[in-house]
Design a protein around this ligand. Structure first.
Ligand code: FES
Length: 118
């Protein structure tokens, strides 16, 4: 069962959409279920100044990716790279254990997006 905060982030995703003039874009998926996340980032010097996402996925995937975008906006790339799926789950007030893998791949996509920029 999802808590109220997860349901809110799933029902009203923050930072959903795309950035046409993004400095970095990456896409990745969960090979187990086929869900997909795409991230768009605006980067100034070593800071993430804007981030948006598109996702085709379950509630945990969308809520986690939405939370991730809030967590990294305004952060230095080096700080953003330290965020784990456990941090996302904590930010959301907890995720069901069987849904923790759903929050894994948004952090993987973020790392893929930021490769070589830290
Ligand atoms: Fe696919 Fe959650 S079931 S990411």
């Amino acid at each position: 069962m999802y808590n109220k905060r997860v349901i809110d982030y799933f029902s009203n995703p923050r930072n959903m959409g795309e950035i046409s003039s993004a400095d970095a874009v990456a896409e990745g998926g969960n090979p187990v279920c086929g869900d997909v996340v795409k991230l768009y980032l605006k980067i100034k010097e070593d800071k993430i100044v804007d981030i948006k996402f598109k996702a085709f996925g379950c509630g945990a995937c969308i809520a986690s990716t939405s939370a991730l975008t809030e967590m990294v906006k305004g952060k230095k790339i080096s700080e953003a790279l330290k965020i784990s799926n456990e941090d996302i789950a904590k930010y959301l007030g907890g995720l069901p254990v069987q849904k923790m893998t759903c929050s894994n791949f948004s952090t993987d996509v973020l790392r893929k997006t930021l490769v070589g920029r830290a």
